[in-house]
Write a new protein. Structure first.
Lengths: 495, 457
C-alpha cells in the first residue's frame, strides 16, 4: 500500500492543483502534498517495512502479460526517499518565487514527482516505460513555459534527446519480452530472459543510450548544461537532484541484472566514456564563468563517477553508488538554492562580477561553503562516504583490467573538483566587494531552514551512514551477484 | 450485412432529404441519427443479430475483424459528425448531398473491410473513391479545390486501372476472384500471379498514400475543404488499410517471405518521406497531410509483420489515429489562420481547446498514456515478433522521434509563444465533445483491452 500511496499522493494532489487558481493556496497545497509524500516515504522506510505494505500487484494489460506491479526494495527506498525529501525542500526554498499561472506550475511539479516515483517503484517493464515517459512530459512543459529566454529550443532539444533514447529502450524491452520464458513484462521474467551474447550486445546499447542520455554520460550530455541554465530554478533542482538519478537507477535495475554478459563485456567501453566525460566536464567547469553552468558541469562529472562505480560490479562500489545518489541529490539542491539566491539578488551569475559576498551575507556563506565542501567529498561530509566507497569499489573491481587507470583518472577529477569549487567560493564570497553586490541582504528564514536541513543531512550521513547502508545492502548484493554469479562469468569473478 | 444495406438506404434517403427538407439542421439530425442506427445494427450483428440473410456466395465475410473495424469507423464518423457536420454547410449549397456521399463512402468501407473477393474489393474501392473525388472538388469556386479534385481523379483512376489489371492477371492465373482461392493450387506461383500481386500492391499503396505513390496526398488533402480532408485522412484511410491487410493476409499470406522485403522498403520510404517532409511545412493543414503519410508508414508495419498482433494492432492504430486526427481537424476548421503562427497564444484564449489539442498531438506522437502510444507499441511488437528486418523497427522508432518535432511545434505555438489568434467561436457542446474525445484517447491508452476485448468476445 505504501508503494501505491507514494505514486497516488502526488498524482492526485497534482491533478487537483490544476483547479486551485489562487497562487498562495496552490503553493501551500503543493507543499502539504510533498510533506505528505515524505511522511509516507518515511513510514515505508522506518515503520511499515513489512513486505505486504511495500509491494502491490494487480492485473493491468492482460493480453500483454503486463501488470501494475510496484514494490519498494532497498534501491527503491533510497530513491523514493530522495524524491520525497527533495520536493519539500524545493518548494520551501523557492517559496518567494512567483510564477505566471502558478496552478499549472505546481500541478506539473507534482505530476513530475509522481512520474519519478513510478519509475523507481515499477517492477514491470511496460509500467516502467510508462512512468519513464510520464515524468518527462510535465518536465517538458515546466521547462518550456517558465524559464530563461532560450528555453523553448533548449527544452525541445532535451525532450527529443530523451524521447529518442527512450524509444530505443522500448524496442529493446520489447525484444527482451519476446525472449522471456513466459512472455511477460514482469521484472523477474526479464531476469530469466534467454539471450545470446550477440543479442545482449545490441540490446545493451539500445537500453544504455536511454539511460546515458538521462544521466548524462559523455557524449550524450550536450542537452544538459543548456537545460539547467534555462529551466526555472525549481525545475533545475528536480532535474539535477532527482531526474538524473533515473538514469543511474535504470542501469542498476534494468540493465545490469537483465543483460549481465554484455554489461560485463562492454563495461570497459562505458567506463572509458564515463571517465572521458568526467575529465572533460571538470576541465570545462574550471574555465566556466557562469555559476549555473559550472554546477551543471560539475554534476556531469559526479554522475560519471557513479556510472564508473556501477560498472565496477562489486558490492562496495554499488553501496557507494546507492548512498551517493542520495547525497548528490541533496547537495546539488543546496548548491542550486545558493545560485538562485545570488541570481535573484544581483541579477547576474557571472563569477567575474561577484565577490566579497561573505561580508554581506555571512549566513549564506557558511551554508554554501559547507555544501560546496561536501560537493568535493571532504571527510565528515556525506559525499565522502559515497565517494570513498565508490573509489574502493573501482579500485578493487574484478570486472575490468584497467581498474588502476580508472581510479587514477577519476581521482584526478576529485582534484579538479576541488579546484573549481574552491575557486567558486573564493570568487563569490571572498575578495573585494564588487559593485554588483553592494546592497546585498542575507538569506531569509525559509532558505535558512532548507539549507540547515541539507547541512544537517550532510553531516549526519557523513558521520553515521550505517542505517542507510543497511537499507541498500541487499539490493547492492543482488545486483552484483546477478553478474558475478552468472554461470558464464563466474570464472572471471573469483570469490 | 446489416450496416451495408442500411448505409446504402440512408444514403438515398439523404439525397431525397436535400429536396424535401429545407432546414439544414433537420438534414444534419437525420444524418447523425442514421449514423447511430448504423453503429447500433453493426454492434447487434457482432452479437449475432442479423436482419438480412443474403447468400453472398463467399464473396463477403463479415467476421469479427471487419465488424469491429466497422463499429470503430462508424463511431469515429459519429464523433466527426458531432464535431464538424456544421462546418460542411460553409463548403457549398449541397449540404444533404455531401452527407449522402459520405454515407455511400461508408457503404464502400463496409464492402472493402468484408471483402473476400477481388471483385468486391474493387467495387468497394471505387464506391469509396468516386464520392471522394466529388467531395474534394466540392468547393467549386476555389481553384485549389478544383485542382486537387482533378489531380486526385486522374491519379486515382490510373491506380484503379493498375488494380484492375492486377485482378485480371490473378484471375487469369487462378481462374477465381476469391482471395482465399489464390493459393489453393499447389506449386510455385507463376509469373502471372506475381505480376498481379505486384500491381495490387502498388495500387493499394497508392490508395493508402504510401511512398513512392504518395505524391497526390499533400495536394489533395491541402486543396480539399478541411472538413472533408478530415474524413478522407482518417476513416477512409483506415478502411483502405483494413482492406489492404485483409487482401494480403488472405490471398498472399502463403508467400509472405517473398514480398515482405518489398513492403519493408515501402514502409521505410513512407516513414522517411512523411516525417522528413512534414518537418518543413509552414501550414498545419499541410503538416497534417504529411503526418498522415507518416502514420501510414507506421500502419504499414502491420502489413509487414502480418501476424495476430499486427491485426489487433492495426485495429487499435486505425482507431487511435482516426480519433486524434478528427479532433485536430475539428479544431483546425475553426481556426482562420492555418499556419503554425496562427496557433500562437491559443492556450491563453481557449485553454480547454488547447489542452485537448495537446492530447491529440501527444497521441499522434505516441507518448505513453495515450492511445497513440499503445497502438505504436503494438505495431513495434508485431514487427519485432517477425524476427526479420530488425533495422526497420529501429528506423521506425527514429522516425517516430522525428515526428515529435512537428507535432510539438503546434504545442509550442499554443502554449509558449505569445500571440493573439483571431477570436474563434465554438459552442460549449463542441468543447465538451473534444474533452470526451480526449478522455477516450487516454482511456484507450491505459486500457487498450476495452477495444481489443471486442475482437475476441
Amino acid at each position: 500500500m505504501i508503494a501505491v500511496l507514494l505514486i497516488l499522493v502526488p498524482l492526485l494532489t497534482g491533478l487537483a492543483a490544476f483547479f486551485i487558481k489562487n497562487e498562495k493556496q496552490v503553493r501551500s497545497w503543493a507543499l502539504l502534498s510533498s510533506l505528505a509524500t515524505l511522511v509516507v516515504s518515511i513510514l515505508g522506510l522506518a515503520v511499515l517495512h513489512d513486505a505486504s505494505y511495500l509491494a502491490y500487484k494487480t492485473e493491468w494489460m492482460g493480453a500483454l502479460n503486463s501488470s501494475f506491479s510496484v514494490k519498494l526494495d532497498g534501491l527503491g527506498q533510497v530513491l523514493c526517499l530522495l524524491n520525497a525529501v527533495a520536493f519539500p525542500l524545493i518548494f520551501i526554498s523557492t517559496w518567494r518565487s512567483t510564477y505566471r499561472n502558478a496552478y499549472n506550475f505546481f500541478a506539473l511539479m507534482l505530476l513530475t514527482q509522481a512520474g519519478m516515483m513510478g519509475v523507481f517503484l515499477a517492477m514491470d517493464a511496460l509500467l516502467f516505460y510508462f512512468f519513464w515517459e510520464l515524468a518527462l512530459i510535465p518536465a517538458y512543459f515546466l521547462c518550456s513555459q517558465w524559464g530563461g529566454p532560450q528555453r523553448i529550443p533548449v527544452t525541445f532539444k532535451f525532450f527529443v534527446y530523451t524521447f529518442l533514447g527512450s524509444l530505443l529502450m522500448l524496442v529493446g524491452l520489447l525484444y527482451i519480452y519476446f525472449h522471456t520464458p513466459d512472455n511477460s513484462f514482469d521484472i523477474t521474467s526479464f531476469y530469466k530472459a534467454a539471450l545470446t551474447d550477440k543479442e545482449q550486445t545490441w540490446l545493451f546499447w539500445l537500453l544504455f543510450i536511454a539511460f546515458a542520455v538521462k544521466m548524462p554520460i559523455f557524449p550524450f550530455h550536450t542537452w544538459q548544461p543548456d537545460t539547467y541554465e534555462q529551466a526555472p530554478t525549481a525545475m533545475t533542482m528536480v532535474l539535477s537532484g532527482v531526474m538524473v538519478k533515473m538514469g543511474v537507477f535504470g542501469l542498476l535495475r534494468w540493465l545490469l541484472p537483465v543483460l549481465p554478459l554484455s554489461s560485463y563485456s562492454w563495461g570497459d567501453t562505458v567506463s572509458s566514456l564515463a571517465v572521458a566525460g568526467m575529465i572533460y566536464a571538470s576541465l570545462i567547469a574550471i574555465r566556466q564563468d557562469d555559476l549555473k553552468r559550472l554546477v551543471a558541469y560539475s554534476s556531469i562529472a559526479h554522475i560519471g563517477l557513479m556510472c564508473l562505480a556501477v560498472f565496477s560490479v562489486n558490492v562496495i562500489g554499488m553501496q557507494g553508488v546507492m548512498i551517493q545518489m542520495f547525497n548528490h541529490g541533496i547537495n546539488i539542491i543546496g548548491l542550486w538554492i545558493a545560485v538562485e539566491l545570488i541570481e535573484r539578488q544581483f541579477g547576474t551569475r557571472k563569477l567575474s562580477e561577484l565577490g566579497g559576498l561573505a561580508q554581506k551575507a555571512p549566513g549564506l556563506a557558511i551554508f554554501f561553503v559547507i555544501i560546496a565542501l561536501a560537493n568535493i567529498a571532504l571527510p565528515l561530509t556525506n559525499a565522502f562516504v559515497g565517494e570513498f566507497l565508490m573509489f574502493t569499489g573501482i579500485f578493487t573491481s574484478q570486472a575490468t583490467k584497467f581498474n588502476i587507470w580508472f581510479t587514477v583518472l577519476a581521482g584526478l577529477c576529485i582534484i579538479f573538483a576541488a579546484v573549481y569549487t574552491l575557486n567558486l567560493i573564493r570568487k563569490v564570497f571572498y575578495g573585494n566587494t564588487s559593485a554588483a553586490i553592494a546592497d546585498a541582504k542575507d538569506i531569509h528564514l525559509n532558505e535558512k531552514f532548507v539549507l540547515g536541513v541539507i547541512v544537517a543531512l550532510v553531516f549526519w550521513l557523513g558521520i553515521y551512514s550505517q542505517p542507510f547502508l543497511g537499507v541498500t545492502n541487499k539490493a547492492s548484493t543482488d545486483i552484483t551477484n546477478s553478474i558475478s554469479e552468472n554461470p558464464q562469468l563466474q570464472r572471471i569473478f573469483k570469490k | 450485412m446489416n450496416a451495408l444495406i442500411l448505409s446504402a438506404v440512408i444514403g438515398v434517403i439523404m439525397m431525397f432529404g436535400g429536396v424535401l427538407l429545407k432546414q439544414k439542421s433537420a438534414v444534419r439530425n437525420i444524418a447523425t441519427a442514421g449514423l447511430l442506427v448504423l453503429l447500433i445494427v453493426n454492434i447487434l450483428e457482432m452479437y449475432g443479430t442479423s436482419f438480412f440473410r443474403i447468400n453472398t456466395e463467399g464473396m463477403m465475410h463479415f467476421d469479427r475483424f471487419s465488424l469491429l473495424f466497422n463499429s470503430t469507423a462508424f463511431f469515429s464518423a459519429f464523433l466527426y459528425f458531432v464535431l464538424s457536420a456544421r462546418d460542411m454547410e460553409k463548403v457549398g449549397n449541397y449540404y444533404a448531398e455531401y452527407l449522402a456521399l459520405i454515407f455511400f463512402i461508408l457503404c464502400g468501407i463496409i464492402l472493402v473491410s468484408a471483402s473476400r473477393s477481388l471483385l468486391i474489393l474493387f467495387l468497394g474501392i471505387e464506391i469509396i473513391s468516386i464520392p471522394l473525388y466529388i467531395l474534394t472538388g466540392s468547393d467549386k469556386r476555389n481553384l485549389k479545390s478544383n485542382e486537387a479534385s482533378l489531380k486526385y481523379f486522374l491519379l486515382g483512376s490510373f491506380s484503379t486501372g493498375l488494380m484492375l489489371m492486377g485482378i485480371a492477371l490473378i484471375y487469369g492465373a487462378t481462374g477465381s476472384f476469391g482471395t482465399e482461392q489464390v493459393f489453393m493450387k499447389d506449386g510455385k506461383p507463376g509469373v502471372l500471379l506475381i505480376a498481379g500481386m505486384i500491381l495490387l500492391l502498388f495500387s493499394m499503396a497508392f490508395k493508402v498514400s504510401a511512398a513512392p505513390f504518395h505524391f497526390w496526398t499533400p495536394d489533395v488533402y491541402d486543396g480539399a475543404p478541411t472538413v472533408f480532408t478530415s474524413f478522407m485522412a482518417t476513416i477512409v484511410k483506415a478502411a483502405v488499410f483494413i482492406a489492404f491487410i485483409r487482401l494480403f493476409n488472405d490471398a498472399f499470406g502463403a508467400i509472405q517471405p517473398q514480398w515482405q522485403i518489398w513492403v519493408a522498403l515501402i514502409t521505410a520510404a513512407t516513414l522517411f518521406i512523411g516525417n522528413i517532409t512534414a518537418v518543413f511545412q509552414q501550414s498545419v493543414k499541410r503538416m497534417l497531410a504529411y503526418s498522415s503519410i507518416a502514420q501510414a508508414g507506421f500502419m504499414l508495419l502491420s502489413l509487414f509483420a502480418m501476424n495476430a498482433d499486427a491485426k489487433e494492432g492495426l485495429l487499435l492504430y486505425a482507431t487511435a489515429y482516426s480519433l486524434a486526427t478528427i479532433g485536430i481537424f475539428a479544431v483546425l476548421i475553426k481556426m482562420s489562420d492555418y499556419t503554425f503562427e496562427g496557433f500562437n497564444g491559443l492556450a491563453k484564449q481557449q485553454p480547454l481547446i488547447a489542452a485537448t489539442t495537446t492530447i491529440f498531438l501527444l497521441s499522434l506522437a505516441g507518448i505513453p498514456l495515450t492511445a497513440g502510444f499503445i497502438s505504436k507499441f503494438y505495431m513495434l511488437k508485431a514487427a519485432v515478433l517477425t524476427g526479420r528486418h530488425f533495422w526497420l523497427v529501429i528506423f521506425a522508432v527514429l522516425m517516430a522521434a522525428v515526428s515529435v518535432y512537428y507535432y510539438f511545434r503546434v504545442i509550442q505555438a499554443m502554449y509558449f509563444k505569445e500571440g493573439q489568434p483571431k477570436e474563434i467561436l465554438v459552442s460549449s457542446s463542441f468543447k465538451w465533445t473534444l474533452v470526451a474525445l480526449a478522455g477516450l484517447i487516454i482511456l484507450l491508452g491505459i486500457f487498450p483491452s476495452l477495444l481489443l476485448n471486442w475482437y475476441y468476445f
